[in-house]
Design a protein around this ligand. Structure first.
Ligand SMILES: [Zn+2]
Length: 420
């Protein structure tokens, strides 16, 4: 085997059921990749991550090149051994986080010079250097260095940015050392413009990659625009290669993108939200910090097989977050990752069975239902409505009790991986 393998096992409409094979094992697609930024999926052991069903992790080149450095990871046996994860790993190119995290960036045709957000040290990232770092990390799937075109961008800005990314893609390919079970993905850019996306797909196909990512989405454009871009980009992409939608997203984003032919995803949302008390469940989202959960004996999600749902009540999880106990973020991260993997398993099975649309629509309908009705507290502590009647202090707006029990879910997925 040269590069990485991809087998298209079944299709249903535009949805695809496939299998990616690498030197560290195979990945059933559509697949969700948890983000393990600094050589760890925050709050989780790798055994726990594997127990959720995850078959591949994403590592961040930007973070690892700065600390502990790619050279250190290589000296300690590569990223798999370093973090005790013997399954496939995909690394990003570092470009996105250079743009979002570092100080004093200077872009040129050659690459980008920046100052570390950790200690102010100066670094230079070129397509060649990014590929070299990802080799040192021993990443199974290496990503080309590109410029994630900001949103919004004018057609002229989007075109010049996309063309730079295409030149960098060629340089990335030239720098990549082919090895069995290791592959390189190109990244389609072109913002929201169909002709630019088409030009980018064609340029990358000419160079030839093991897989193709769709970049420059989940940057604030909103779900509807993202789906529109997928609608005109995906049909032009090579059928026999995996397609990876970078930085996406919420459960409804995943369902909609699988419907449009995407095979791979990554996002910080399940892990980052888990650490702040937000759980993704079959009926939408739950903020476990809310008072309505304090006395609730029910699990987060009665249909979930994760330890948080099998062994603990909402009341206990609520207590952990209120008391700032570290087990709270651990259990909610575990639940969220387990739920995301369950969702992908259901979608894969539905495609294999030729029932994708039926299953996807049912999943979407349940997500829209919202959480279960709150139960009554047996200890009887009703909310104190008197507080609301107190006149506000001069110059200060009245603080109302939260009436909406759940947090506003961001209505756009985000590729921002700053604190992950
Ligand atoms: Zn669970």
């Amino acid at each position: 085997m040269t590069g990485i393998g991809f087998e298209l096992l079944a299709t249903d409409g535009r949805a695809r059921r496939g299998r990616v094979t690498t030197a560290h094992g195979s990945i059933e697609t559509p697949a969700f990749m948890p983000v393990g930024t600094a050589a760890t999926v925050k709050a989780m052991t790798t055994d726990a991550v594997a127990a959720t069903g995850a078959e591949i992790l994403l590592g961040n080149t930007y973070h690892l090149m700065l600390r502990p450095t790619a050279e250190r990871v290589a000296q300690l046996g590569g990223l798999h051994r370093f973090m005790n994860w013997n399954k496939p790993i995909l690394t990003d190119s570092g470009g996105f986080q250079v743009m979002s995290l570092s100080d004093l960036r200077t872009m040129s045709e050659e690459g980008v010079t920046f100052k570390s957000h950790l200690d102010g040290s100066r670094h230079h990232l070129t397509p060649e250097r990014s590929i070299q770092i990802q080799h040192m990390l021993d990443s199974n799937i290496t990503m080309c260095l590109d410029e994630c075109t900001p949103f919004p961008a004018t057609p002229a800005q989007a075109e010049s940015s996309m063309k730079l990314s295409m030149r960098w893609a060629k340089r990335s390919k030239d720098a990549f050392v082919e090895r069995p079970g290791y592959g390189l993905f190109g990244i389609v850019q072109g913002s929201v413009y169909p002709e630019l996306r088409a030009e980018s797909v064609a340029a990358l196909s000419d160079i030839g990659f093991d897989g193709y990512a769709i970049g420059g989405l989940a940057v604030g454009e909103g779900q509807e625009t993202m789906f529109t871009v997928l609608d005109f980009t995906e049909p032009a992409m090579l059928k026999q290669r995996p397609r990876y939608l970078m930085g996406v997203g919420r459960p409804s984003d995943l369902i909609g993108a699988v419907r449009r032919g995407v095979d791979m995803f990554d996002c910080v949302m399940p892990t980052r939200s888990g650490r702040t008390g937000q759980a993704f469940v079959r009926r939408g989202t739950i903020n476990i910090r809310n008072a309505r959960h304090a006395h609730d004996e029910r699990p987060l999600d009665a249909e979930c097989g994760c330890p948080a749902c099998q062994k603990y009540s909402r009341g206990y999880l609520h207590h952990l977050f209120k008391a700032n106990e570290m087990l709270g973020p651990m259990l909610l991260t575990w639940h969220n990752l387990h739920y995301y993997q369950d969702l992908m398993r259901e979608l894969r099975q539905a495609i294999a069975d030729g029932r994708f649309e039926t299953v996807a629509s049912a999943l979407e309908a349940r997500l829209a239902e919202g959480d279960l009705e709150a139960t009554t507290d047996p200890l009887g502590k009703p909310p104190k409505p008197q507080k609301q009647n107190r006149p506000p202090k001069a110059g200060k707006p009245a603080k109302s009790e939260p009436t909406n029990p759940e947090p506003a879910t961001p209505n756009t997925a985000t590729q921002d991986t700053t604190d992950e």
